[in-house]
Write a protein that binds this ligand. Structure first.
Ligand SMILES: *[C@@H]1O[C@H](CO)[C@@H](O)[C@H](O)[C@H]1NC(C)=O
Length: 383
């Protein structure tokens, strides 16, 4: 038996800080630090909104970012790196802006990736960068949500992308995912669950059905789920009263004191207690979106602050932006079969760590999230 350290990371890289070069430097430093802290032999990095919000102009530099990462001194012990970048934004019906990068340590001898066309596993070695719409890439399966999924909402570049791995004797799928966001705070607050949450639920059921149809391998599903807190329940639980509501603004107060002012894209909490740092665990009680999926998905207990929406001002890296209610958008879920692969020590899942990256530096409006665990495998002789 051999125990392998596995590090899964998800990061939405759609927004840059006001100083992009400085942000890239600190982003990479935080990434390398997480790798050095855990010394994994297998790393999966799932990126969403690759190329940023102005991907038409930024795709070239985003691509170079992956090149620098692959060639960096810090990652030189990972002699096999496979990257899949959905970068062809001219294919409007297919573009998801997802990018997945997998690093395999030189000590790991038997790693295979699945060829979905030939339906067999092939050994991986060296650096490979697949780029474009990835339609012809045999070792990745990508789907964008169909354009007619929701007629009532305009949305773009959302979908999922899957690779299948055989590491020693263990087979598992790694799925990168980006679900729909909340467009207006005022619509979010109308009902519980919100219409956006209901849409995400449908999309996630769709993804799970697609995964089940295809072999039903144990899977890790990590990306930007865009899970938001149940705003209506949260506000009701505070006992605030609505003092003003028109088509553009909602104001909530308690004892004559304004607690929260909301507009379509503004979320200003006036020092309301529930949003202060020490109360972040209280907010987690309103994280309802995973609940309908608990029979199919599981997650390690969250013990870190929300991952979104952070200030893009490099001098305020740990401040929330006053646009949306703080939420845990970025998550690592897994099937129950995959959970069983997390090695159990004498004291349960002692070596498992689920956390947030870059709490004190500007990483864009999302903080990346990681899951580290050890997986027991039977070493396979190279043949
Ligand atoms: C960032 O925050 C600092 C400190 O509050 C402020 O002086 C500066 O103008 C801000 N930068 C931008 C680009 O808003």
């Amino acid at each position: 038996m051999e125990s392998l350290g596995v590090l899964l990371i998800t990061a939405n890289v759609g927004s840059l800080c006001d100083e992009p070069e400085e942000m890239e430097k600190s982003w990479l430093q935080e990434f390398y630090k997480t790798v050095q802290d855990h010394q994994p032999v297998f790393i999966a990095l799932h990126l969403q909104e690759f190329g940023g919000k102005t991907y038409q102009e930024n795709m070239g530099s985003a691509e170079n970012f992956i090149r620098r990462l692959m060639q960096s001194e810090e990652m030189s012990q990972y002699n096999s790196i496979q990257s899949f970048i959905d970068k062809d934004f001219t294919q409007a019906e297919k573009f998801t802006a997802l990018a997945s990068v997998y690093f395999i340590h030189s000590s790991l001898r038997s790693v295979h990736i699945y060829d979905f066309q030939e339906k067999n596993f092939v050994p991986v070695s060296g650096h490979t960068m697949w780029m474009g719409s990835l339609e012809d890439c045999p070792t990745v399966h990508k789907e964008r949500f169909p354009q007619d999924f929701w007629l009532e909402f305009a949305w773009t570049r959302k979908g999922f992308m899957k690779t299948r791995w055989l590491v020693n004797d263990r087979m598992f799928d790694l799925v990168n995912l980006h679900l729909f966001h909340d467009a207006s705070n005022l619509v979010s607050i109308d009902c519980s669950p919100s219409v956006y949450s209901t849409n995400r639920r449908r999309a996630l059921y769709h993804v799970l059905t697609r995964l089940k149809d295809d072999c039903n391998a144990p899977f890790f599903l990590f990306g930007d789920f865009n899970f938001r807190l149940d705003l209506k329940s949260l506000i009701q639980a505070q006992g605030w009263s609505s003092s003003d509501r028109d088509g553009h603004t909602a104001v909530y107060e308690q004892d004559g004191e304004v607690q929260l002012i909301m507009k379509c894209k503004r979320f200003e909490h006036q020092n309301a207690k529930v949003f202060q740092d020490e109360n972040e665990h209280m907010l987690l009680r309103f994280d309802h979106e995973p609940i309908p999926f608990l029979s199919e998905l599981t997650e390690v207990q969250i013990s870190f602050p929300p991952t979104y929406p952070f200030s893009e001002n490099v001098s305020k890296p740990s401040e929330f932006m006053g646009t949306r209610c703080p939420a845990w958008c970025d998550r690592v879920f897994m099937s129950h079969a995959a959970r069983a692969l997390l090695q159990k020590g004498k004291h349960g899942e002692t070596c498992v760590r689920y956390g947030r990256i870059g709490g004190d530096v500007c990483m864009g409006d999302h903080k990346p999230v990681f899951l580290y665990f050890e997986m027991e495998t039977v070493d396979q002789p190279e043949n």
